[in-house]
Unconditional design. Structure first.
Length: 270
């Protein structure tokens, strides 16, 4: 059974649902419409008691290149009454990612290519990560003068620890598939042609375990790893909006990215 979305595909067969980000010409970069489509998909799955497992992957050569920062997409970013400013976006994003993390299904990220920014946030909130050998991970946000927000930082920190999180976020360095496995970001690395079969093999192993036991263990692990960051997550939308409004760095960073030049960020002494 397949549901109809503009920027995603959702197919259900037996106990397995497969989601694919479907904007391959833009490397599956998130727009406002995609954000709300994904919210609807998560809600569909939340009340679906027949589906026990979810695979998420990307169409084309990328898993997800993060949020679309090109001018046309950014101009639409606050044009919808559901998202009138940055604080509301942060809250919307947090709520969607929280609901994704809290699904009763076991989620498997089948990372088929570059996985960047918000895409990495989705992946770190999955229960398992199967990664194609040609994929890589990166967080380029500081390069355009913004932080790693929407509560994407906290699950990354839980997986790879402060030292590796600092390196990824502060330097923007790419992490290869093999390195991702070494630092705890990937469970397994496979050939591109074996990505889906490896994901299904993992689900086959999980399907022999007690459904209730899997759900409870998932929620216990989530609760244990998220509890320490809950207060900071509640403050994050206000902090991010205040930062964006105070410095002007985001506009300079975005313009520099589009114009393919070095950005000129503000210093405290300016």
């Amino acid at each position: 059974m397949a549901a109809s979305y503009q920027y995603f595909t959702l197919e259900k067969e037996g106990e397995i649902a497969t989601i694919a980000l479907n904007r391959p010409d833009k490397l599956n970069a998130f727009t406002l419409q995609m954000l709300f489509e994904f919210k609807n998909i998560v809600e569909d799955l939340r009340i679906d008691l027949r589906t026990r497992f979810v695979i998420i992957t990307g169409e084309g050569r990328a898993f997800c290149s993060g949020i679309d920062v090109m001018k046309e997409a950014r101009d639409d970013w606050y044009a919808d009454p559901r998202q009138p400013n940055e604080r509301i976006f942060q809250e919307n994003g947090q709520n969607i990612l929280r609901d994704w993390a809290n699904l009763h299904q076991i989620t498997v990220a089948a990372v088929n290519g570059p996985c960047i920014g918000l895409g990495l946030g989705l992946v770190t909130l999955c229960d398992f990560r199967v990664v194609a050998e040609n994929a890589y991970f990166s967080i380029p946000e500081t390069s355009i003068g913004i932080g790693y927000s929407v509560s994407c930082l906290y699950p990354l920190l839980a997986l790879i620890g402060p030292a590796q999180a600092r390196r990824m976020i502060m330097t923007g360095d790419r992490v290869t598939a093999q390195e991702a496995k070494t630092i705890g970001l990937a469970h397994s690395v496979v050939g591109s042609e074996d990505l889906m079969s490896a994901s299904l093999e993992l689900i086959g192993k999980l399907s022999t375990k007690g459904p209730t036991a899997l759900r409870i263990v998932k929620r216990m692990i989530n609760a244990a790893t998220i509890a320490q960051t809950a207060d900071l997550a509640a403050m994050e939308p206000e902090l991010v909006q205040a930062f964006y409004n105070a410095t002007g760095d985001i506009e300079e960073g975005l313009n520099a990215y589009r114009e393919k030049r070095e950005p000129h960020f503000h210093l405290e002494t300016d």
